[in-house]
Design a protein around this ligand. Structure first.
Ligand code: HEM
Length: 260
């Protein structure tokens, strides 16, 4: 790995660096926390993924698992790559070379799955009229922001670590990221990183700020019960059958459908 700055301490910090790499992240994190509290108090009934499974399921059947499996792998990769210092992985016998080789391969597979899945989810949203009509303002912010974050992430990986000379983001981007959470911001650590990594990190923080106001809140409802829950039974109204008449109005309920 090369292209990492020789000394972060020697780097100077400009006003723009403070704004981009300290103020913006903290504002986004504050909106993330306060926004979740607000949403929980205001809109518990709307706290769902707002699934469109009943409107379209052919693309969803492939797009959703691809996106979610890719996302779980990417999240796991980010936890190790951003939160765990390289001295720790080396201490347990994982060399720098082994880490980066694994990160590039696993990250690329995960990233491609996420991009393909998200592409399908966006395509069905644009191409299926009924879903398009149900797309609200929060979706119009969420889908482009999510796509930008994912595409910038995979482009940074491809440009620098798959096809490029290699960039050691663990000694720059990761140092900056951890600094925010231990309340010792180090804007100089990311100020010299390649533009793609910077744009990716910024768009991720904007995504965090938008998160509580979108369908992404469903992530915190950990739908583990989905795996074992019984099927939901939907009954559709069809040709009227003789049913009891109440107050001059006749209702019929026949036929049934099952959906997972
Ligand atoms: C501030 C938070 C984030 C930072 C600092 C960050 C940083 C990074 C870095 C350094 C890489 C390159 C990994 C490599 O080359 O091995 C990367 C890749 C990637 N990131 Fe992020 N990321 C953040 C949040 C996110 C979020 C929220 C998403 C998705 C919604 C995301 C999606 C991706 C994808 C798809 C890749 C390419 C595949 C991979 O290498 O895992 N990132 N990110």
């Amino acid at each position: 790995m090369n292209a990492a700055p020789a000394s972060l301490a020697a780097a100077s910090t400009s006003g723009a660096d403070l704004l981009l790499w300290v103020a913006v992240p903290y504002i986004c994190l504050a909106v993330f926390v306060v926004g979740h509290v607000w949403r929980y108090r205001q809109d518990q009934f709307g706290w769902t993924s707002r699934t469109t499974q009943l409107l379209e399921h052919r693309w969803l059947r492939f797009g959703s698992p691809l996106f979610h499996v890719g996302a779980f792998m990417v999240i796991a990769g980010h936890v190790v790559g951003l939160a765990v210092p390289d001295s720790w992985t080396e201490a347990v016998g994982i060399t720098e070379h082994a880490y980066h080789t694994t990160a590039v391969w696993a990250g690329s597979v995960a990233g491609v799955a996420m991009v393909a899945g998200l592409g399908m989810l966006c395509a069905r949203r644009l191409l299926t009229r009924r879903i398009r009509l149900g797309t609200d303002r929060s979706d119009k912010v969420l889908f482009p922001l999510l796509s930008a974050t994912v595409v910038l992430g995979i482009t940074a990986t491809a440009a620098h670590n798959v096809f490029g000379a290699g960039y050691d983001y663990r000694s720059t981007v990761s140092v900056w990221f951890r600094g925010l959470f231990v309340l010792q911001p180090q804007p100089e650590a990311i100020a010299g990183a390649p533009l793609l990594f910077q744009l990716h990190a910024l768009s991720a923080f904007l995504l965090f700020a938008a998160w509580p106001f979108t369908r992404l809140v469903h992530v915190w409802s950990a739908p583990i019960g989905y795996l074992a829950r019984p099927y939901l039974v939907y009954r559709r109204r069809s040709a009227p059958v003789s049913a009891p008449t109440t107050g001059g109005r006749t209702r019929s309920a026949s036929g049934s459908g099952r959906a997972a």
